[in-house]
Design a protein around this ligand. Structure first.
Ligand SMILES: Cc1ncc(COP(=O)(O)O)c(C=O)c1O
Length: 389
């Protein structure tokens, strides 16, 4: 399933956008956006075909297809130890929209929300889109304990929200139960809502263990709004599908009202919900195999990057991205991006503030969700080019 043969580059060249195959010149390998090169599990395509063959694409329920809500609840109950209820979960057209929605529902103009630094740009973007102020909390790559007690120093009367990204894109950190318990204590002390983005939770490399924030205890669960998605673990990015989960009726109503789903102005595509349910219900075997493959791609990628003069890369605990420190090259991350693109013909994401926050300067990010052959080729080119600088 995860061999080089299964990758259809001719199809990816037509379909994979967002800095990937369809957007780079021929000959360039894009290790950019975190989107797998592999086709999805056959059960997902089959479910879409079966649904499409019936020939009806009527309006679905504003708060999601019952089978989607049930599959999601079962996932949270069995895999995440959360007492999830389908009635508090609804589908959204991507985890990205889920983050934006939570910010819209819980922030007012001038409110402050704490985000990690570095972290995916979506958090700052969503907070600022509703007039909020993003306050960065630094968690350097390789940090053993995030030291969440220090977050108290950032909290003011205007702080309303803490944005937890676990596992943390781009550094790959998976927070321990102890760290999350420390964070929960801060949230409780200052009565804050926690947005827990768990889209990467299924991509956790053993022996690291993922803990859902809402599973910690009842108080924590009650102040948590969880968001997840299907782009990372199941490769459904183009279907734009994710889910948000509240823990109480008040938060659920705030989210659904803010979503505009009831007016049909927004809503999650029914085919995407069918595909996501198939992924959750029937594709566990595929995900297990994907993780085994990713485990070896992680070693290949990290070892390769560590053999470049001036690069240093820690092994991510989760996420299929490597975040390499390139400061030893005495070049900026944009310069390294340009050199790798022009000379090695490999596209990577530079650690710019607009992608990951100010704490990302001096790093580049590479996705390793591809075959050993493609990744090996990209690494060989990177090593050859960067070692001759
Ligand atoms: C932490 C995090 N949250 C959310 C998303 C967005 O996912 P989606 O494709 O479902 O919008 C990403 C995608 O890279 C991500 O890394």
């Amino acid at each position: 399933m995860f061999s080089n043969k299964s990758i259809q580059l001719d199809v990816l060249k037509k379909r994979a956008y967002n800095l990937r195959w369809a957007t780079v010149p021929d000959g360039v390998i894009p290790l950019t956006a975190a989107d797998p090169d592999f086709p999805v599990a056959p059960e997902i395509s089959d479910a879409i075909c079966r649904f499409a063959k019936e020939g009806y694409f009527s309006y679905g329920p504003a708060d999601g297809l019952p089978e989607f809500k049930e599959s999601m609840a079962e996932y949270f109950r069995s895999k995440r130890k959360i007492k999830a209820e389908p009635g508090f979960i609804f589908p959204v057209d991507s985890a990205a929209f889920g983050i934006a929605l939570i910010c819209k529902a819980f922030l007012e103009v001038g409110d402050e929300a704490i985000i990690f630094d570095p972290v995916d740009f979506l958090f700052r973007y969503s907070i600022e889109a509703v007039g909020g102020i993003a306050i960065p909390f630094a968690i350097l790559p390789g940090t053993e304990d995030a030291g969440f007690e220090k977050m108290e120093l950032l909290i003011t009367r205007k702080t309303k929200l803490i944005c937890l990204c676990n596992p943390l894109n781009p550094t790959g950190k998976v927070f321990t139960k102890k760290e999350l318990t420390d964070l929960a204590a801060i949230a409780r002390k200052y009565d804050l809502i926690v947005l827990s983005d768990e889209i990467w939770s299924d991509i956790t490399f053993s022996p690291n263990e993922f803990t859902s924030f809402a599973s910690l205890d009842e108080d924590t669960s009650n102040r948590t709004v969880t968001v997840t998605g299907f782009s990372k673990a199941y490769g459904l990015a183009g279907l734009r599908i994710g889910a948000v989960m509240a823990s109480n009726a008040r938060h659920y109503k705030m989210l659904l009202d803010a979503s505009m789903h009831n007016s049909t102005i927004h809503g999650a595509n029914i085919i995407s919900q069918v595909a996501a349910s198939a992924a959750l219900d029937r594709c566990g075997y595929w995900l297990d195999a994907f993780l085994i493959h990713l485990h070896s791609m992680r070693s290949l990628c990290v070892n390769g990057l560590n053999s470049v003069n001036g690069f240093k890369c820690i092994s991510p605990e989760g996420c299929y991205v490597a975040f390499a420190d390139i400061t030893g090259t005495n070049r900026t991350s944009s310069q390294i991006r340009d050199i790798l693109l022009n000379d090695a013909k490999v596209a990577v994401v530079p650690g710019l503030k607009e992608w990951f926050g100010g704490g990302a300067e001096g790093y580049i990010r590479l996705s390793f969700a591809t075959s050993a052959e493609i990744l090996g080729d990209a690494l060989d080119r990177i090593i050859k080019t960067a070692n001759s600088l």
